[in-house]
Structures are given as structure tokens and as C-alpha cells.
Design a protein around this ligand. Structure first.
Ligand code: F6P
Length: 318
């Protein structure tokens, strides 16, 4: 099943899990709408041919949901009964930290084998250098910011561009450096409003006529992107300021080759470790090797932002 916020590459991961099952002659059942579909018994038999022509598709053919009912023990009981009724004896959850949390609780309550495949554009999962969809989302964001740069430069404007990431600044930092942003605001580091203003004034004085500031959705400046823009406009009346919120477009689109290959590798490993009677693990990528991490650790292990990249960004805004 796929669960939580969808991400490009989820279909490629479904395909990989289904085809690996077919290869090993294991029956594979797809669950629609994540944990909610599990509670409602919304299942479908998946064969190798059910997943033709989906490797290149964004979204998820199994649909996704964030289920409040699964947070209750009654909901989980119904879900478990449905799995038993369907003779399902192992679960592959493709999703992010919320989905893994559900999997850990479910495994503790019912000793049901659960393996996680990290699928989220946020990249905020411990135990993998890349989550499915992150690479595609980065490229989508960079492409969008490039277009904004065209119009920003034509009108000598300052643009604030909000990218996704409620708790993590991976997209903001990497897309910001990749798109040549003047400043990057991320949840992991609050540089303060004075520093932002100082930097913009300095760059204006140095001859820059237009600039782009990338702001992660969850940045900790205490102001949302529109308030930030107003704050700067009030303090720098010489600048014509605009805001662009990229939003859910970052979650859609055809997955990059990197995400397709990653999905294919992780899907194979997920099925093979389930066959080995392993449980409560997440499959991930480290130094280009597929590894496993304890599912609970994948959620609680935390994520650290690359300080070297912050420094690079600083130097580039000279
Ligand atoms: O977790 C992925 C993500 O896209 C976050 O970056 C974003 O904050 C959130 O999901 C948005 O969730 P929803 O689609 O439920 O509004």
C-alpha cells in the first residue's frame, strides 16, 4: 500500500513489489488508500500484468490517504481482521514517517510483519540518503524557480518562493542552491529577519537588481512567506516584491530516472526481506547500497541538514 502524502516513484515501487512477488510466485494484494483502505477492506489482487506502464507515472495507482481511524485501536482491529480474512501475511508500506509510525504500532499490537519503503518528497527519513520522490520534486522546484528567475530579472523584482517541507529543509536548501537563490530559509536553522534584510541590502548595493529567496514551508522565522515579503518590502521600498507558492505541483509529475531506479531496487529488497521472515525494517539507500534500518529508528533517528551546503549557499550569494 501507499500511504500519506504521495510522491513520484511510488508507482515504480508498487511495480517492483508486485513483480518481485510474481518472480518468487507469491500472491500480492494491493490495498487502496493506505490504512483507510485496510480498515474498509478495499483490496485488489495484483499480478505482474496489473503494473504494466506505470513506472513512468506520478501519483499512485493504489491512491493514498492519511487515516485518522487507524490512529484508534478499533480502527487497527478492523484493519487486522481484514488482513487475516484476505490471508495476507506481510505488509509493505510505501510512505513517510506518519505511515511508518502506524506500521510500528500495528506490528507491536498484532505482531504483523511490516516493511517500510521511504516514499516522501521531504527526504526527512533516517536510514536513507534519498526517499522516493525527493529527486523528482527537487528538479520540479528548480525548473519552476528558473522560470520565476526569468520574470524576476525582466522586472527587477525580488521573489519569495515557498517550497514544500513542513519540518525539513532538504528541498529548500538543495533547490535553492541549484537555482541560485540569494537566501534560503529552512526549518532547521533560524537566521533571523535582520540577517535576511542585511543580506538583501548588501546584494542590492553590490548591483543585483533582482533576487530570489527560497523559503521552506515550515521555516522558523516566525512569519509566513507573505508576511516575510511584506516585512522586506516595508524595509526596502526600492524593491518590488512578489510571492510565489509552488505547493502541490512539487508532489506530481513523472518520476526522475533516479527515483525509478531507487524504487525498483527498494521494492525487490522489501519483498526479499519479508520472505526472510524479517519485520519492522525499512529499506533505504546508503553509499549507493540498499540497506535496512529499524523502522522505529527511521522515524526517530532525526535528519540533519548539510552544513557544508549552507556554507556554499552563503558564499554563492556574494
Ligand atoms: O510530507 C509531504 C508533504 O508534501 C509536505 O512537504 C507538506 O508539508 C505536506 O505533505 C502537505 O500535506 P497535504 O497534501 O496533506 O496538505
Amino acid at each position: 500500500m501507499t500511504s500519506g502524502g504521495d510522491s513520484p516513484g511510488m508507482n515504480a515501487a508498487i511495480r517492483s513489489v508486485v513483480r518481485t512477488c510474481a518472480y518468487y510466485k507469491i500472491e500480492c494484494v494491493g490495498i487502496y488508500r493506505g490504512y483507510q483502505g485496510m480498515i474498509e477492506g478495499d483490496f485488489t489482487l495484483l499480478t505482474a500484468r496489473s503494473v504494466n506502464n506505470i513506472i513512468n507515472k506520478g501519483g499512485t495507482i493504489l491512491k493514498s490517504a492519511r487515516s485518522d481511524e487507524f490512529r484508534t485501536s478499533e480502527g487497527r482491529k478492523k484493519a487486522h481482521e481484514n488482513l487475516i480474512k484476505q490471508h495476507i501475511d506481510g505488509l509493505v508500506v510505501i510512505g513517510g514517517d506518519g505511515s511508518f509510525t502506524g506500521g510500528v504500532i500495528f506490528n507491536k499490537e498484532y505482531s504483523f510483519p511490516v516493511i517500510g519503503i521511504p516514499g516522501t518528497i521531504d527526504n526527512d527519513i533516517f536510514g536513507t540518503s534519498h526517499t522516493l520522490g525527493y529527486d523528482t520534486a527537487l528538479n520540479t522546484a528548480v525548473e519552476a524557480i528558473d522560470k520565476i528567475r526569468d520574470t524576476a530579472s525582466s522586472h527587477n523584482r525580488l521573489f519569495f518562493v515557498e517550497v514544500m517541507g513542513r519540518d525539513a529543509g532538504f528541498i529548500a536548501l538543495n533547490a535553492g542552491v541549484g537555482a541560485g537563490a540569494e537566501e534560503i530559509l529552512i526549518p532547521e536553522e533560524n537566521l533571523g529577519l535582520d540577517r535576511l534584510l542585511e543580506s538583501l541590502i548588501k546584494s542590492r548595493k553590490s548591483g543585483k537588481l533582482s533576487s530570489i529567496v527560497v523559503v521552506a514551508e515550515g521555516d522558523k522565522s516566525g512569519k509566513n512567506v507573505f508576511e516575510l515579503a511584506k516585512y522586506v518590502e516595508d524595509n526596502m521600498p526600492e524593491y518590488d516584491v512578489r510571492v510565489s507558492v509552488l505547493g502541490h505541483m512539487q508532489r506530481g509529475g513523472s518520476p526522475s530516472c533516479f527515483d525509478r531506479v531507487l524504487a525498483s531496487r527498494l521494492g525487490v529488497k522489501a519483498v526479499e526481506i519479508l520472505m526472510d521472515n524479517k519485520t519492522n525494517l525499512m529499506v533505504g539507500l546508503k553509499n549507493n547500497k540498499v540497506i535496512t534500518t529499524d523502522l522505529e529508528e527511521a522515524i526517530t533517528g532525526g535528519h540533519s541538514i548539510n552544513s557544508e551546503l549552507l556554507r556554499v549557499s552563503d558564499i554563492m550569494s556574494t
